[in-house]
Design a protein around this ligand. Sequence first.
Ligand code: C2O
Ligand code: CU
Length: 475
Amino acid sequence: MKTGNERGSSFIRQCRGRLIGVLALGALAACRRSPEVAEFAGSYPKEASPDGTVHELRLVAAPSQVALFDGRPFDVWAYNSQVPGPTFRVRLGDTLRVTFTNNLPQPTTVHWHGVRVPNAMDGVPGVTQAPVAAGETFVYEFTPKDAGTFWFHPHLRSSEQVERGLFGVLIVEDATPPPYSRDELWVLDDWLLTPQGELFPEFNTRRDLAHDGRWGNFVTVNGRSTPRFAMAPGERVRLRLLNVANGRVFAPDFSALDVKVIAVDGLYTARPLSLSGFELAPGNRLDLDITIPPDVAGQRFPVVDRFTRREIPLAEIAVEGSRVETPAFDSPARSHVPPWRRSAEETGVRAEFKLNARSGGPFGIQWTINDVAMDHATHALPENRPHFPIGEFSRLRFVNESYRIHPMHIHGMFFKVLARNGTPVDEPHFRDTVLVHPKETLEIGTVAEDPGRWMLHCHILEHAESGMMTVVEVR
Ligand code: C2O
Ligand code: CU
């Protein structure tokens, strides 16, 4: 806990830095108006710190056949012929140079979800780059600014392309990774299969659009159905959960195991948190710290999803083998998260986003933000783009006027939830995606540090495809 004095002095430090840089009285006034900016100091870096290591990586998107579910061959679209796609694991400070080739029968792009990349590397067709046509190549190069669990996927016709199997993982390790016994990744997904076991071939159906997107009838972890993971008694495991489903939300439950959340959407939380109450919406990541008790050899711990009324088995942790020494170290979850306690009346609201639907458009239903449906295919930027000044605090408000759920995602920045239906909430962590419930009004705060045109959209891919996207300008 910071005392009032400490908070005051870091505020003055922040202001002094600005004054020296700008030497304008206006800067002091701006600083005085924004205690939120002072509280934000130390949350995450403005700039990347490249250490000179460059990973030359190759990524190819193409139709492919892979062994999925219980091992039978299945027609997919895949990155590097794998589903899930490759995991790129780098250290903080490393640079990625990814030579991407599109061998799909249609254009695509690669978006690096949650990674604060230079705007031109963000992979958004018509906004940050031209679509990569069939047969073409594009080089994505960036140095991540934050350590954590991220992922990548197409940003064009994503409701079809992601569903067919195009998604991969980017893990950015800390400069000195905490000494877990092991570091595991579970990619959660669902598939809509026909009775013959093929991928249901129609996308963006009226049914998907009128509901919460395409929910599958077959749930997988790392492409397999209820896989078993062996862990040794005493092991301390970092387990990274990622939801790549088009629409399904998961609420994972690890039965009797003691599980702590240490990172949300990549960034470490302010302290270890209980998993109960967390919703893993499409796009979200949760990093867990799990210690297998030393005395449970031979036991099995089912992991189930409890988001819907019908509980769904996800996986099983089987404790076997001989006991290992539990690595003892402090939880890495102790990052700085600003309190941002002032109300909307005190801070003002920079932009409000009304979420709703109407009939019309190519699919019969359009999902809208402030009554506008955006279409990537037309390459048209929305006309009224909210402007977030760099380095300043912005309070935003989502007003869900519909009866469906909307996991709202913003590119290029992290944000913190400040209020739900007018009641302040103090989430001790940042996020890049938040589930807005039916008829809910939600307020979030952010300090945008990275200039450019950034997407703000629903991560239910059918909602996004039918219009629920917009662009914000940071400058
Ligand atoms: Cu993972 Cu614009 O999204
Ligand atoms: Cu939505």
